[in-house]
Structure formats: C-alpha cells, structure tokens
Design a protein around this ligand. Structure first.
Ligand SMILES: [Zn+2]
Ligand SMILES: [Zn+2]
Length: 425
C-alpha cells in the first residue's frame, strides 16, 4: 500500500463549482465560512496559499499522508462546518458536536436548531448532495488511473451525426462493462475500506463512475462539438486548437492521450494540435512547447504555454513560433464573475474578435451564460449561438462553502462567437 501521495486529491482544490481556482477563489471560501481556507491549509500542513499552489503545480514534492485513511479523513475535514451558522469545529462550544445530515452524508450541523432552520433551503439540494459526496470520493479513481476507462477504438457514425451523449453512447457497447468492472477493482475496495463512510450500493456506484467519466469526456467531446459548429474537419486539413484559460482542472493529472477521442471521431485525420494556455497550468507531461509546423498525421498532439492568452499570442503566435489557431475553446472562463477576471480576459476576448478567430466558451450554468453573453454583446461580438451544451458533464458540483446553492455542471452551457457584430465573418 502506497503511503505517499504526490498529487493533492482533487477535492482539496478550492471553489469546486465556482469559477475560480485562483487565490481570489481560495480566499472567497472565507466569505461564506470564515476560516475555511485556513482549515484546508491546516489539513495539508501548509503555511499559506503560496505553498499550496506550489504543491498543486508540482513545484514541490506535494504532501504525503501516512495512509489512505488519513487522506480521506483530511479531505472530509474540509467539509466540516455548520451549514446553518458557518461555525467551524474549533469554534464549537464544549456541548456541541458537528453532526452529518443522515440523508446526504455531505453537510454538517452544530445543533438540531441549525439543521431545522436550514432544512427549507437544504431540502432542495440534499438529494443531489448525496451524489456529490459519493463522486468526490470516486473521483480518486482518476488519480489511481482506474478512470477514465477506455472508450471504443473507432466511431461507427460520422462525427457530424454525433450531436449529443445519446448518439455517442449508442456507439459505446464496451463502455458499460468496463465501468462495471471498476466496482470490484482493488482500488474501489481500498477506497471504501478507508473512506470513513458506508460503501454505497452497486447502482449508486455504477452511476457515480459514469458521472466522473462523463466529466472527463465532456471536455474532448465539447471541443469536437465546437469543431462541428465552425465546420472544421481535421480530415480536410490539419487543425490547431487553443484551450484558452486552461487551469488546474484541465491540467492536474493530464495525460498526452486526453484528447484522443478526436482520433476516434475523425479517423485518418491530418493532425490536430491542442495547445493548453493559462497562467495556472500544473506541471506534467503535456507541459511541452507548441509546435511550429503541423504535427504528426492521425494523432492529437498536446502542448502548453504557461501564461495569459494574449501574452502567448504576442510571444509565440505573432512571431510564428506557434501556429495560429483554427479554433479557440475556453472551459469556464469566468470573465463574468468579477472585474479582475474580466480585466484579465479582456485583451484575449478582443484579440479573438479582431483576428476573427472562431471562439467557443463553456459555462457552469444558465445564469453564467446570460452574464457572459451580456458582456460579449457590450463588446459588439458577433455571437453565433448559445444555449445548453449537448455534452455537459453529468457530475453535479457543489460550491464547497455554500452547499445549498444550486448545483452546477461542467460545460453545461456554451456560447460561440466570431468577429465583430455587423461584419461578415
Ligand atoms: Zn450551527
Ligand atoms: Zn442532506
């Protein structure tokens, strides 16, 4: 049994379900539950956010736990506060203890009174929060390599015919048995013998492994859907796709094969390069320089640039050190969320507009989509389409410090734009 974990469990990553993974987001936890960011650092034996970032980014050795039990326990500690009054364990009176909601096994209360007062709000989220609590443990199987399980080696339908999950799943005869096999895998056993909570029944676990897998696939299938929208077919010519604002979520544990579903969608293609660009990229095999010329045929080549997108453009695209993109995709850019983020994104949004680059962004919810659209309309962007994304993740996400907030889903909505309003694109 391994006693070291060089990667932080994903559930330690702050702000799940919010748009942030940066410092602002980390400390934003405290506006809902004062002291919660400190609890996370304590559990990881870290002194400040800088140390946390360095570990997440793979610059330091990371943290080690004595055993799995301790790791899962420390993860759970970061969810321990009263959902009613936001009290942390250290602020409890001697007579109080935090008790978990027995229905969802996700949220805690310091007293019967707090639980009762919170119920009108919690009852709307409780059922789904039960799923979230299972998923955040099952997600560990992404780190052990059990998930994602392989998909079928070739699509039996034309990519243009595969418009949603239903179409995609219809081609995936072998997927369900592969997911099923995880239920009895060694790491699944390890997980539930150390998780400090009862093992869910088979049906619940089966659904959970699918939800976690769907989140992984949601990214590559969303890129495929964006290509379709703009009529880009890598069988006709090699393509360069930039993932602007790629963050922790896309790069922690990322592997060179993460976008290989595009090989299966477009057999015999001319080559696709996917360049991850963002200031928060995490060390790993995909962190290698973008190509100057087209990459190998029939393969997806992943590369990366650590920095803001407009810097990347000036430094490598303008100087022809990296290819101009045929498409730019951004997962949850979050530029609607606050002035600081908008300022960071503004040069990129304008650059994409002025160079007439096909751009596709995904959001966590309808509300985020509407707020983002409003900004793009003010900038006179030629918005071509927006709405629910047919390849939304199926895994619900909670805002860690506000568990009763409506749950959101990765890539659940999208918008795409190209060029300036009123000009032919
Ligand atoms: Zn309370
Ligand atoms: Zn509950």
């Amino acid at each position: 049994m391994a006693t070291q974990s060089t990667a932080l469990p994903q559930s330690f990553a702050p702000g799940t379900g919010s748009v942030f993974s940066n410092q602002t987001g980390f400390h934003a936890l405290d506006s809902n539950v004062p002291g919660l960011s400190g609890v996370i650092l304590d559990q990881l034996s870290m002194k400040d956010y800088g140390e946390y970032r360095a570990a997440v980014e793979g610059k330091t050795k990371g943290i080690s736990f004595r055993n799995y039990k301790e790791m899962f326990q420390k993860m759970e500690e970061t969810f321990k506060f009263c959902t009613g009054c936001s009290k942390l364990p250290r602020n409890l009176l001697a007579t109080e203890t935090l008790k978990r909601c027995v229905k969802c096994l996700n949220v805690y209360y310091c007293s019967k009174a707090c639980q009762k007062d919170d119920w009108p709000s919690h009852k709307k989220a409780c059922k789904k929060l039960r799923l979230v609590a299972i998923d955040r443990l099952v997600e560990w199987l992404m780190f052990t390599g059990d998930l994602p399980v392989p998909t079928e080696t070739q699509w039996t339908q034309q990519a243009s015919e595969v418009g949603n999950w239903e179409d995609w799943l219809a081609m995936q005869g072998g997927l369900a048995p592969r997911l099923e096999a995880l239920l009895t895998s060694a790491n699944m056993e390890t997980l539930w013998s150390n998780a400090g909570r009862p093992r869910p029944d088979a049906a619940d676990l089966r659904d959970s492994v699918w939800r976690v897998q769907s989140e992984f696939l949601s990214r590559v299938l969303t890129v495929g859907a964006a290509m379709q929208r703009f009529g880009l077919d890598p069988r006709v010519k090699p393509l360069t796709i930039h993932l602007a604002g790629a963050s922790l979520n896309e790069t922690m544990g990322a592997r060179l094969t993460d976008y290989d579903e595009l090989n299966r969608a477009f057999p015999g293609h001319q080559g696709v390069e996917v360049v991850l660009v963002g200031p928060e990229l995490v060390e790993g095999p995909v962190i290698r320089p973008p190509l100057r010329a087209f990459g190998p045929k029939r393969r997806v080549y992943l590369s990366a640039y650590k920095g803001l997108y407009h810097q990347f453009w000036e430094e490598l695209v303008e100087t022809e050190e990296a290819a101009r993109p045929d498409l730019v995709v951004g997962f949850h850019p979050g530029f609607h969320a606050n002035q600081g983020l908008l300022e960071g994104w503004m040069p990129t949004l304008l650059l994409l507009r002025d160079y007439n680059i096909p751009a596709f962004f995904s959001m966590f919810s309808e509300a985020e989509l509407q707020a983002s659209l409003q900004i793009l309309h003010q900038m006179e962007m030629n918005v071509l389409a927006s709405g629910p994304n047919p390849f939304s993740s199926h895994k619900p996400e909670q805002v860690q410090s506000c568990p009763n907030k409506p749950l959101v889903y990765c890539n659940s909505t999208f918008l795409c734009y190209q060029g300036l309003l009123g000009l032919p694109s």
